[in-house]
Structures are given as structure tokens and as C-alpha cells.
Design a protein around this ligand. Structure first.
Ligand code: OGA
Ligand code: MN
Length: 296
């Protein structure tokens, strides 16, 4: 299988040619998809209708899969496979969650610009998000997902800024990202289970050497700096990196599968009509080492 791409946003997002991702692919086909992701860290496949098992099996070809914070909790879950993240507003019985539902409020952290799981010591690489059910348009948004190009954002910084931030280390904490939207009601024990992690602020692509900003709503401050100074720098960099010129907005169709590389992009969900189901399923591949162990 060869992958042809049609650019959706320069150097950031592309739509891949027709492919059937439900059946096992050859090594060559997986390598072709990986090559496309390296060129376009947001890659869109249309017209896929995958079961959770098929999404799991396809994603697992790119690396070991994460079990996310929500799936790791004890208790009943809507989805059977722990490696499939439930990116929906539905409860265990497929009912739309109440506005004050704790899990819903926790997941609203996805509306802030972020890269996934940067609060983990070994963070994640690819996100694969598959649209199963979508809400109608709402007054505040249509449930789109936006992606920002952290390589282009890094390149666009003044040279002295790049030089100054290259060696910096940021502390990432999931409780900080949730605190920003006023959510502090974590299940008992979760704070201890997910302590903050330190990550490089600037990461380098192992193959191309290209540098990228590694920002996230989880990033709380800069190690060794007063918290206020670090937080203000992170706010400045995030405002810079999420300017419209760096952003691709994905308008979902049922059956879309969007793959993104969390190392070179940030993303955020947009609001939607909360009275209607929005059901996406996500698989996520794990990195192999902490970002601090990557060569600078
Ligand atoms: C995610 C995420 C945003 C959205 O699945 O990691 O941030 O639009 N999703 O649902
Ligand atoms: Mn996310």
C-alpha cells in the first residue's frame, strides 16, 4: 500500500488516500504511514469504521499502547479494551453525562491546548482518534479538534529566544491543567499515582534533527525558576504557538481516524452541544524513554 497525501495545512496536516485500516496491513504499509506522519504530524483517514479491537490492533503496529488515567481507575467502564480511551460524554450505560458529572468535568481539560500525558515520566507519541458518533453544531462550537504545529512555532521564534529556551525543563502536572478549569475533585489516591514529571521544553526529532516546542496545559512552571516567571513564559510561548497560522482545525465526520504525533503538536477539543452524544475512541502509543534522556 502506498500512501498519497493531500495537504490540509502546510507542513502540519494532510489527508491520506483511501485505505482500509480494518484489515491487517503489511510492514511496508505501516512504514509508509509512519513516513507520512513524519512529514505531516496530523494525518487524516476518512471513511474508516473500526471496532475497538480493530483500532487497537492497527494502533499497536506503531508501538506499545498506553492505558490512560481514566481506564486505569477501578470500577465499571463503557469500553471493554483498557487501551482504548473513551473520549466521549457518555457514561457506562451510554447515557449523556450530566453537566456536573465528575468524569465529564475532568475530561473538559481536553479543551485546553495540550499534548497528551506529558505529566507521565515516559510520555506518549501517537494519538489515534476515531469518530463513532458526533453531535450537531452548537452555539459555542461543533466539537472540532484543533492541532497546532510546534515545529513551525519553534522555528518562528527569534534566534535569541530559541537559544534561551533550548536548555529549559518544564514541570508537567495533570492536577495543574485541571486546576486551570477549576476542577480539583480527583478520586482518592490519584494525586499520589500521577506525580508531576519533568520534560524538555524543546525536543528534537530523532531522525530529522528538527526542533519543536514541547508545551502542554499540564506544564506548570520551569524547573529552577520562580513559579510565576516560568508560568508567564509558558503562557507567552503557548499564545505564540497557537496563533491561527500554526493551527489546523479538524471538522469531524463519522468514520474519520486522525493520527497525530504528540511530540510535534498540541491539540484541543472545541465545545459542542452537550445534550447530544459525542463518541470518539482513542489509542495512544508510548514513547520508549523520558524526554530528559533524549540527546539535546
Ligand atoms: C484527546 C483529546 C480532543 C477532542 O483525545 O486526546 O484531547 O476533540 N481530544 O476530543
Ligand atoms: Mn488530548
Amino acid at each position: 500500500m502506498s500512501i498519497e497525501t493531500r495537504e490540509l495545512h502546510p507542513g502540519l496536516a494532510a489527508e491520506a488516500s483511501r485505505a482500509d485500516l480494518s484489515a491487517p496491513l503489511t510492514e511496508a504499509a505501516i512504514a509508509a504511514i509512519q513516513t507520512a506522519i513524519d512529514a505531516f504530524p496530523v494525518l487524516v483517514f476518512r471513511g474508516q469504521h473500526l471496532t475497538d479491537q480493530q483500532l487497537h490492533d492497527f494502533a499497536a503496529r506503531f508501538g506499545p499502547l498506553e492505558i490512560g488515567r481514566s481506564a486505569a481507575r477501578p470500577g465499571r467502564r463503557r469500553l471493554a479494551i483498557p487501551q482504548i480511551g473513551d473520549i466521549s460524554n457518555l457514561d457506562e450505560d451510554n447515557r449523556v453525562r450530566a453537566l456536573d458529572d465528575r468524569r465529564r468535568l475532568d475530561s473538559l481539560g481536553n479543551r485546553l491546548w495540550h499534548t497528551d500525558a506529558s505529566y507521565m515520566p515516559v510520555p506518549v507519541v501517537l494519538g489515534l482518534l476515531h469518530a463513532v458518533a458526533l453531535p450537531p453544531p452548537g452555539p459555542f462550537g461543533n466539537g472540532e479538534t484543533e492541532f497546532a504545529d510546534m515545529r513551525a512555532a519553534y522555528d518562528a521564534l527569534p534566534p535569541d529566544t530559541r537559544q534561551a529556551i533550548d536548555p529549559l525543563i518544564a514541570e508537567h502536572d495533570v492536577f495543574w491543567s485541571r486546576a486551570q478549569i477549576g476542577f480539583t475533585d480527583f478520586p482518592a489516591g490519584e494525586r499520589e499515582q500521577y506525580p508531576p514529571s519533568r520534560q524538555r521544553l524543546v525536543r528534537r526529532h530523532p531522525a530529522t534533527g528538527r526542533k519543536s516546542l514541547y508545551l502542554s496545559a499540564h506544564a506548570s512552571h520551569i524547573a529552577g525558576w520562580p513559579v510565576a516567571d516560568g508560568r508567564l513564559l509558558l503562557l507567552d510561548l503557548t499564545a505564540h504557538a497557537t496563533q491561527t497560522r500554526f493551527v489546523y482545525r479538524h471538522t469531524w465526520r463519522r468514520g474519520d481516524l486522525v493520527i497525530w504525533d504528540n511530540r510535534w503538536t498540541m491539540h484541543r477539543g472545541r465545545p459542542h452541544d452537550e445534550s447530544q452524544p459525542r463518541d470518539l475512541r482513542r489509542a495512544t502509543t508510548l514513547d520508549t524513554r523520558p524526554s530528559l534522556e533524549e540527546p539535546p
